[in-house]
Design a protein. Structure first.
Length: 134
């Protein structure tokens, strides 16, 4: 029974991973546009051009998010995005409290590990570069 379910689910692992990559990449890119252009509208609006580290984080989020969503250099881009989110967590969130739920860092941790999964599992189906999971 369990083996039957496993084999049924295995057929869809590449397409599901591809959809996961597209959604994570698109959402990550939107975080970049919010920081760089204030769109979609945020409480704080756009950050000043070139300001460290938020403007640069926004630029990385936008570029990495687009590359990941499109499936171009997805593994490398996802690894860079994962590292960026780890840096964001440990510099901006972790000093405010030990646990992500205490310091507002849940999203940084989720993006960090979602992008790390894409870096190691591959982009799945629908990638423009034609990369697939090993």
């Amino acid at each position: 029974m369990i083996q039957k379910v496993d084999s049924s689910l295995d057929r869809f692992s590449s397409p599901v991973l591809g959809v996961f990559r597209i959604v994570i990449g698109a959402l990550f890119a939107l975080h970049g546009t919010a920081k760089l252009f204030g769109w979609p509208a945020t409480k704080s609006g756009a950050v000043p051009f070139g300001s460290w580290p938020l403007w640069w984080a926004g630029a990385i989020e936008l570029v990495v998010g687009l590359l990941v969503a499109l499936g171009l250099f997805a593994r490398l881009a996802a690894l860079l995005g994962s590292g960026t989110m780890a840096f964001a967590y440990f510099t901006a969130h972790q000093p405010e409290g030990v646990l992500p739920i205490q310091n507002g860092g849940e999203l940084a941790v989720l993006y960090c590990f979602a992008l790390l999964l894409i870096a190691f599992a591959g982009p799945g189906a629908f990638a423009l570069a034609g990369e697939t999971r090993r």
